[in-house]
Design a protein. Sequence first.
Length: 147
Amino acid sequence: MKVFIGSDHGGFELKKQVIAAISDMYEVEDLGAYELNPDDDYPDYAKKVAENVSQELDSRGILICRSGNGVAITANKINGAYAAVCFSKHHAEMAVTDDNANICCLDADYEGEDPIEIVKSFLNSEFAGMETRHGRRFKKIQEIENL
């Protein structure tokens, strides 16, 4: 599986840690920021990750900013991108199994569960399937997306 990752300055250090932790298990493509710049803007990186994930079959994305919310809001503007803010391994797993999320958004300021373990849970989870009630709900999301 290919994993696209991006962050603004708020998630820059955590992004480096995530890349180091998962690059032996996955093909990881860093879409920026490439240097720490306090004046950069999270929508730039969220858009890049969301576009790549929506266009590459069986890929996933990881986005990081201070709250996780800004990158999630931005990513969800791209058709085919399904971003979820994940504060725990449980949230990450359920985002995939129940909601078919393909982008995990992390909060760099949150001091709860280990973000590396959250990412691993997200990447190791699989959608329940289109034939399940979750699939029925996901089809409804896609219908709304295509209005």
